[in-house]
Write a protein that binds this ligand. Structure first.
Ligand code: GRG
Length: 296
């Protein structure tokens, strides 16, 4: 399959859905909605919503019924980027090719824009239950799943260990924890959300979970690699920030060659996990390859 064309098509679908599911950008108070739109529509691969839609379609038919959940995942991801870029955290000036939210709107509004996106995400997750064919029981499971992935057992836990490890020598287990929680948790939750809403069997959900876990790790290792080898144009942010902040990364701990090998192994493992899905797992398999060969 032509994975670039697939991503382009799916990005447009997600962007159109986001436009229809967010408060209007000119709604009062204007500044908060403009700040949310600034970060949300600056670009981005839309990987997490695309994964949720693909996982759903690996079991059920058309993705349309779970668009609110897909949009919620992108709102949560964008919220984490806005907060991650704040001066108190990674203090970055550029993201997705544009100045970061706090650079344009100031810190207070950027914090609130992140908070607003997170809150709206849970509204959208609940709203998904109104769509015919989507059971309340499955929606409740997905809400618990995503809340868990955002909390101290997921994104926040990973971010805390990442921040407190700066300029320190970390071991392989700690690095793996940071990557799995800070980045992997939301990726696994995206895949599982699509699968749960589709009514996955225990065996299918287990396969999807293994796939998500391995893909999340591969994604963060390639993120580490791109921070060294990527270009500012493709990344939309300044490369080299990990080294500048003495961040724990795979290339820093294992060397570039080994980091690339680990990313390849993780992607292969991800693909192995979904073999049980047969032909219906082909799209997820191509997405795994895309993660390995991406340049942004
Ligand atoms: C709990 C959400 C939350 C926030 C507080 C700030 C924070 C704790 C966590 C940070 C999480 C974070 C920013 C992880 C980095 C993950 C990562 C690799 C981001 C880049 O993702 P891409 O490449 O970005 O998918 P695009 O722009 O393409 O969407």
């Amino acid at each position: 399959m032509n994975i670039s064309a697939y991503f382009q098509e799916r990005r447009t679908i997600v962007d159109n859905a986001l436009c229809s599911m967010l408060p209007a950008s000119d709604q009062y108070p204007h500044v908060i909605h403009q700040a949310m739109y600034h970060s949300l529509f600056a670009g981005g691969k839309r990987l997490r919503p695309i994964l949720a839609l693909a996982a759903y379609e690996a079991i059920e038919c058309s993705y349309r019924k779970i668009l609110p959940t897909a949009c919620a995942l992108e709102c949560i991801h964008t919220y984490s980027l806005i907060h991650d870029d704040l001066p108190a955290m990674d203090d970055d000036d550029f993201r997705r090719g544009v100045p970061t939210c706090h650079k344009v709107y100031g810190e207070a509004i950027a914090i609130l824009a992140g908070d607003a996106l997170l809150t709206h995400a849970f509204y959208l997750l609940a709203e998904n239950a109104k769509i015919e064919g989507i059971s309340v029981e499955r929606v409740v499971k997905v809400i618990a799943e995503i809340a868990n992935a955002c909390g101290t057992n997921g994104l926040i836990g990973g971010q805390v260990v990442d921040l407190t490890s700066e300029a320190k020598q970390v071991d392989a287990d700690t690095l793996r924890y940071i990557h799995q929680k800070k980045t992997g948790a939301l990726i696994t939750a995206s895949v599982r959300a699509g699968a749960i809403l589709a009514g996955a069997s225990v065996r299918q959900l287990e396969a999807m979970t293994g796939y998500g876990d391995c893909l999340g790790l591969a994604f963060q290792i390639t993120d580490d690699i791109l921070d060294i080898e990527g270009s500012i144009e493709a990344l939309g942010k300044t490369p080299g920030s990990d080294a500048k902040k003495h961040k724990a990364t795979y290339p820093a701990l294992f060397g570039m060659q080994e980091a690339k090998k680990q990313a390849e192994i993780a992607v292969q493992k991800a693909k192995n996990c979904i073999e049980v899905l047969g032909e219906r797992g082909e799209v997820l398999s191509s997405i795994a390859d895309f993660v390995l060969y991406r340049n942004s």
